[in-house]
Design a protein around this ligand. Structure first.
Ligand SMILES: C[S@@+](CC[C@H](N)C(=O)[O-])C[C@H]1O[C@@H](n2cnc3c(N)ncnc32)[C@H](O)[C@@H]1O
Length: 321
């Protein structure tokens, strides 16, 4: 058993959902990067080290510090085997995995965590994931992966399935690693939305052209509905549907609830709470809601990450690494 403090760096860090989960598990986040200036602003509001703003493609590996753990929840990949054969330069975001690989090759961190959409495994008939696995194997990593739903593993009322891949350079560490067990969901939508509290008028839909349609469908308080382009979908499980990056914009995927004052959108703060952020997490003043909705939808569920991070830290400590 060792008590040394482990370090991590985070690529595609967004507002720091993964960073916060690892920080809560006692890991020191020493460096992070993201291209989005508004996400960086929110990140800086909550972490004492400075996130580097800019394209990862423009950052030299020698300018990135070594850390025990590399974190990368990269944008949902668009690459295909055809793109791979042609070279990833043609692709919009597929090449970003190779940017992370560049850092892995150079820094050789002891552990990595990769997070992505559930269908990363099935994308392009499994070819995309094969490429990822082969590349990581070639770099000498042993890994495990699992799809975890935030409402089953993070005690947040959000139906969000994501794949988590945890890799170790040391095979025996990997053999000992396990993903957390499911836990009981004790936090409800109403715990987060507090229906007795009136929110800012701008969130209510009383004057919306959709109001009559919404009033017919939105009848229960302890669930989140989703306004698609022309209809409303109720989540039957009494949880929120997966929050998405585009949920703040023009009648698409907008999460709605009924409270004591009417039908309204979730506030950005509530969306962060549904992603397992703590009440102490500070959203910047004067940032447009559209940026904040995007940041919450792009983020990971902090409480799921924290549980994975605890298991990783336990392995490192037990093995006196
Ligand atoms: C799915 S989000 C990641 C969420 C994040 N890992 C977390 O912990 O909450 C993907 C992020 O990648 C960033 N991104 C996209 N292209 C990038 C690039 N070329 N260089 C750096 N960051 C990029 C986006 O701005 C976005 O914040």
């Amino acid at each position: 058993m060792t008590n040394r403090k482990y370090t991590a760096i985070s690529l595609f860090a967004g507002v720091g959902g993964i960073c916060l989960g690892f920080k809560n598990a006692g890991v020191d986040i020493i460096w992070a990067n993201d291209i989005d200036k508004n996400a960086c602003k929110t990140y800086r509001n909550n972490f004492s080290h400075t996130i580097v703003e800019g394209k990862i493609e423009d950052i030299k590996t020698e300018d990135i510090p070594y850390a025990d753990i590399l974190l990368f929840g990269f944008p949902c990949t668009s690459f295909s085997i055809a793109g791979y054969q042609k070279g990833f330069e043609d692709e919009k975001s597929g090449h970003l995995f190779f940017e992370a690989l560049r850092v892995i090759k150079d820094k050789k961190p002891q552990v990595f965590l990769l997070e992505n959409v559930k269908n990363l495994v099935g994308h392009d008939s499994g070819n995309t994931f094969s490429v990822i696995k082969n590349e990581l194997n070639n770099e000498g990593y042993h890994f495990r992966y699992q799809v975890l739903n935030s409402m089953e593993y993070g005690n947040v009322p959000q139906n969000r399935e994501r794949i988590y891949v945890v890799g170790f350079r040391n095979k025996s560490f990997c053999d000992k690693f396990y993903f957390p067990d499911p836990i009981k969901l004790t936090n409800s939508i109403e715990d987060i939305t507090k229906p007795y509290e009136k929110k800012d008028d701008k969130y209510y839909y009383d004057n919306s052209k959709y109001y009559d349609m919404l009033k017919e469908t939105i009848t229960k308080k302890n669930t989140v509905y989703q306004l698609r382009r022309v209809y409303v979908r109720e989540n039957k499980k009494g949880v929120s549907p997966t929050l998405t990056a585009n949920m703040g914009t023009g009648g698409h995927n907008v999460p709605l609830i009924l409270d004591d004052y009417g039908i309204r959108k979730l506030t950005p703060y509530e969306c962060f709470m549904l992603q397992g952020f703590p009440h102490t997490y500070k959203l910047p003043d004067n940032m447009a809601d559209s940026h904040l909705y995007k940041q919450a939808g792009n983020s990971v569920t902090v409480t799921v990450i924290e549980r994975i991070a605890n298991n990783i830290v336990d392995i490192l400590k037990d093995n006196k690494y």
